[in-house]
Ligand binder design. Structure first.
Ligand code: LIP
Length: 280
């Protein structure tokens, strides 16, 4: 079986190089190459260039592995590992110059269906602030090498929760109705604009919880592992796993409260961290 720590190190190295390229291109000026599911769902030339770099580096290091990228699709491999990649998560932020975007790279076993894959290693890198979130299953989650953990409890003032609004305008009424149902749990709401960073922030205690409808597999593949390895819970619908119906990440009992109000299935019990260090 492949050593997960070597996969984590590879994901970190490639994410760092890819993030530097993304930041360089941002500084040179960003052009929209096309729209996808809606006018708001954009892809830039940088998205495509960064994903090509990631694909090239991973193939050179591990030619037998599979690859699923947001921009270039799925290339099956012959090993038990598939790389799930979002080259620039937070593309709209990136296009507007908002410094909240990340390279998200995860290694999974069990194929490319998030309802059945098992993430074993991952990295989420924000090149603007130089923060590298990384994890391997059973080895904990880290920020720049320091162990991180979800918050131990919710403030009496309420929960700090993030969410997002998908690209499909038709989904907005239902999303706003769900938001209205969960707002009484919150001290405040954040809309960061990059699911991988939302999930990383739950893992390190900057958020108590996060939920969003309509995420793609590459949006949550690495971030969900960060949350689980940091002692949090991740779930969704309809199969109890993160998916297009819903993704929820939070600490208990907030996870259960969000789940009940958002009407989604629970995922299997979390991976308890070997220790519960102070969160970053
Ligand atoms: C984005 C997510 C974000 C969500 C956006 C979009 P992209 O991913 O990170 O949380 O609200 O609709 O899905 O498109 O920037 O890779």
């Amino acid at each position: 079986m492949t050593d997960h720590s070597s996969l984590e190190a590879l994901a970190m190295d490639v994410a760092r190089e890819a993030g530097a390229l993304a930041a360089r291109r941002r500084g040179e000026g960003v052009s929209i190459a096309a729209t996808k599911s809606s006018l708001a769902d954009i892809v830039t030339d940088a998205d495509r260039e960064v994903e090509a770099l990631i694909r090239e580096r991973l193939a050179a290091a591990r030619p037998a592995d599979g690859f699923l990228g947001e921009e270039s699709g799925h290339s099956p491999g012959v090993s038990d590992i598939t790389w799930i990649v979002d080259p620039i998560d937070g593309t709209v932020n990136y296009t507007y110059g908002i410094p909240a975007y990340a390279v998200s790279i995860a290694a999974v076993t069990g194929g490319v269906d998030p309802a059945s894959w098992k993430a074993v290693s991952g990295a989420v890198f924000n090149p603007v602030v130089g923060e590298m979130f990384h994890a391997s299953r059973g080895a904990g989650a880290h920020l720049d090498g320091s162990r991180i953990a979800v918050n131990a409890e919710i403030s009496p003032a309420g929960a700090m929760v993030a969410t997002g609004f998908g690209y499909d305008p038709a989904s907005r009424p239902a999303t706003l109705a769900q938001l209205a149902r969960v707002m009484p749990l919150m001290r405040d709401l954040r809309r960061i604009g990059a699911a991988s960073l939302d999930l990383a922030y739950v893992a390190c205690g900057r958020l108590d919880g996060y939920f969003e409808r309509g995420l793609n597999p590459w949006d949550h593949a690495a971030g969900a592992l960060l949350v689980q390895e940091a002692g949090g819970r991740v779930g969704g619908a309809p199969h109890g796993r993160p998916g297009p119906g819903m993704t929820i990440a939070a600490i208990d009992p907030l996870f259960e409260q969000l789940h009940d109000l958002l009407g989604v299935d629970l995922e299997s019990p979390p991976t308890a961290p070997s220790s519960h260090p102070t969160s970053s």
